[in-house]
Design a protein around this ligand. Structure first.
Ligand SMILES: NC(=O)c1ccc[n+]([C@@H]2O[C@H](COP(=O)([O-])OP(=O)(O)OC[C@H]3O[C@@H](n4cnc5c(N)ncnc54)[C@H](O)[C@@H]3O)[C@@H](O)[C@H]2O)c1
Ligand SMILES: N[C@@H](CCO)C(=O)O
Ligand code: NA
Length: 437
């Protein structure tokens, strides 16, 4: 009789690294759902140890499991699976490589590590036949990586675009709702606990860039690291940008965009994180506050949207537990989950070559010939104008221009040159535009 039916299956022993916001919830879910998890996996899951930095900190977890010896725990013969919820590159990278090399499957929520060292980790997993799962690393609770790695493995994904950082989405949603500037909205977000004490990784786009690298690697079967991602944060988004977006029936979101680009018959990928105006009717426009949502386009499946909680202890622990069940099931049947799929080895397109569209708002002198001077600069850079609107009949007029797609480098040069025209008093807002009108 198979072991899982006899009720005598060998327990799956789990080492937990880190017991902070996510780790505490992992322990709670593992404990509360122990019986059901045993049924789902075909073997009990037991905690073998919890690696922490300080033993005497107050925590709602079994004290006898705590250890400060993470290095010893990850290679212990008593451990089958390592769950890592510490974060950062070192010493986590070394511990996870050691765990994988010694045949332990790894579940991690660590986007920074995956976005830099996925190749090494997958290589170590291959060497021993272990599993590497990381659903919680991108868009928290939302099932997104498993759909990309498994459900859509028979299709050809062409584009992944989404809101993958809750902190910045909370700030931009609040700026849109109140009309307030970036600085005061960030202060409010920190006061309410929506932004971390050091919000740099979020507001400067590092967190979203790591997630974009992971998404692009999985979607396009290639290797993209965080360093390959063009990254702009939200610190430069002004109240004027938000007002300009509203005037066009749009809203501003920090987007992670991963796409296939074919030029002169050669395929490459473009991966970028930057604020952009999207139509208020776009499904991503109604994703507000700390929520995440990701749009995926594939040749056969068409368009799909994944929406839900991208952060928080319990939501993130849900994704970790889902991965833990998957790797534990694989252990029970001596099977393996998907390995790294990077066979396509596509080059990464520089941002300057990537086709984008711009919105530009200008304060100009309202006199004959101004529009033609501005239009001439666009023509000079081979940038085609999609729409122009002029408002105001006093000395100062406002000129709002939306372009068709052109290379980002041509659009940048156009904006620089326009800013230098004597008839242009001020470049009020420049922002990329995404989504159909
Ligand atoms: N919190 C979220 O909403 C969220 C969402 C998605 C992914 N993640 C990821 O999950 C991971 C954990 O996030 P968190 O929010 O729980 O962070 P946290 O700071 O609350 O917890 C991390 C814990 O690791 C401990 N730690 C640090 N160095 C250690 C060491 N050398 N040995 C043992 N323990 C050590 C810290 O003391 C802390 O308790 C990170 O990779 C994060 O990016 C978090
Ligand atoms: N700091 C991240 C947490 C989830 O990775 C966010 O704001 O979305
Ligand atoms: Na996820």
């Amino acid at each position: 009789m198979p072991a899982e039916k006899s009720g005598a299956a060998k327990p799956i022993r789990v080492a937990l690294l880190g017991c902070g916001t996510v780790g505490t919830e992992v322990v709670r879910l593992l404990t509360d759902q122990a019986g059901e998890l045993t049924q789902r996996i075909g073997a009990p899951v037991e905690l073998a140890g919890i690696a922490v930095r300080r033993l005497n900190k107050e925590r709602d977890v079994p004290k006898e499991l705590l250890t400060t010896d993470a290095a010893g725990l990850v290679t212990s013969d008593d451990v089958d699976v390592v769950v890592e919820v510490i974060g950062g590159i070192e010493p986590t990278r070394t511990w996870l490589l050691d765990a994988l090399r010694s045949g332990k499957s790894v579940v991690t929520a660590n986007k920074a590590l995956l976005a830099e060292h996925a190749a090494d980790l997958f290589e170590a997993a291959d060497a021993s036949g272990a599993d590497l799962y990381f659903e919680a690393a991108v868009a928290g609770a939302i099932p997104l990586l498993r759909p990309l790695r498994e459900s859509l493995a028979g299709d050809r994904i062409t584009r992944v675009m989404g809101i993958v950082n809750g902190t910045t989405n909370f700030i931009l949603s609040a700026m849109d709702a109140t009309g307030a500037g970036y600085g005061e909205t960030l202060e409010e977000a920190s006061r309410l606990g929506y932004a971390e004490a050091d919000p740099t990784a979020d507001v400067d786009g590092f967190d979203a860039a790591s997630k974009a690298a992971i998404l692009a690697s999985l979607a396009f079967h290639t290797r993209v690291t965080a360093a390959d991602v063009h990254r702009e944060g939200i610190a430069q988004v002004s109240a004027a940008d938000i007002a300009a977006a509203k005037g066009l029936g749009r809203t501003v979101k920090l987007l992670a965009i991963c796409e296939r680009v074919v030029s002169d018959g050669t395929e490459s990928v473009a991966v970028r994180v930057h604020p952009a105006m999207i139509p208020r009717s776009h499904p991503l426009a109604s994703v507000n506050g700390a929520f995440n949502a990701v749009f995926v386009e594939a040749d056969a499946a068409g368009e799909m949207m994944f929406y839900g909680r991208g952060a928080g202890g319990a939501p993130t622990a849900s994704a970790v537990l889902g991965d833990l069940v998957a790797v534990a099931r694989n252990k029970v049947v001596s099977g393996r989950g998907p390995r790294e799929s990077a066979y396509a080895a596509l080059p990464v397109q520089p941002m300057g070559n990537t086709p984008t569209r711009y919105h530009i708002s200008l304060d100009v002198a309202d006199k004959p010939g101004v529009l033609s001077q501005v239009a001439a600069v666009f023509a000079e850079h081979d940038v085609s104008i999609a729409a122009v609107r002029q408002e105001g009949r006093t000395e100062d007029a406002s000129l709002v221009i939306v372009t068709h797609a052109a290379s980002d480098a041509a659009l940048r040069s156009t904006v620089d040159k326009i800013g230098g025209l004597p008839v242009v008093r001020e470049v009020v807002s420049v922002m990329r535009v995404e989504g159909a009108e």
